[in-house]
Design a binder for this molecule. Structure first.
Ligand code: IDP
Ligand code: MG
Length: 134
């Protein structure tokens, strides 16, 4: 089934010049870049995006990090785009992410793990509204 998903290239990956390679991973499998914008995440957007993690020990650092510099915000679409993007991203911790995945190939640490991708179609709808409006 055709889906849309929200994906974000995190600040460290933008700073390291990885935008083209990461977008290329998604285009390589045939996903369509529907929207794409370079910009800074506001504290309000960060809090809304990561509401499920509020209160956890890493929450403040996570919000600080994601607002620390420009990110690339994207809407990607295609058949099963949500799980396909998660598969291409790899495990949350780059140390456990398989080689060949984005996090496995470009990341080293859990906090700076290169990309964000929605974890369900419901999250995708919510996150697209947070970052692109309705
Ligand atoms: P996900 O990005 O693979 O969906 P989540 O569990 O939703 O992973 O966590 C959101 C983000 O929070 C992760 O991508 C990672 O950057 C960060 N994070 C998750 N768990 C920890 C932790 O234990 N310490 C530090 N950062 C964490
Ligand atoms: Mg998540």
């Amino acid at each position: 089934m055709d889906q849309k998903t929200y994906c974000m290239i995190k600040p460290d990956a933008v700073a390291r010049g990885l935008i083209g390679r990461i977008v290329g991973r998604f285009e390589d499998v045939g996903l369509i870049v529907e929207r794409m914008e370079l910009g800074v995440v506001t504290p309000e957007q960060a809090a809304a995006n990561y509401a499920e993690h509020e209160g956890k020990p890493f929450y403040n650092g996570l919000v600080e990090y994601i607002t620390s510099g420009p990110v690339v915000k994207m809407v990607l679409s295609g058949p099963d785009a949500v799980p396909v993007v998660r598969k291409l991203m790899g495990a949350t911790n780059p140390k456990e992410a398989a080689p060949g995945t984005i996090r496995g190939d470009y990341g080293l640490t859990l906090d700076a793990n290169i990309v964000h991708g929605s974890d369900s179609p419901e999250s995708a709808e919510r996150e697209i509204a947070i970052f692109f409006g309705q």
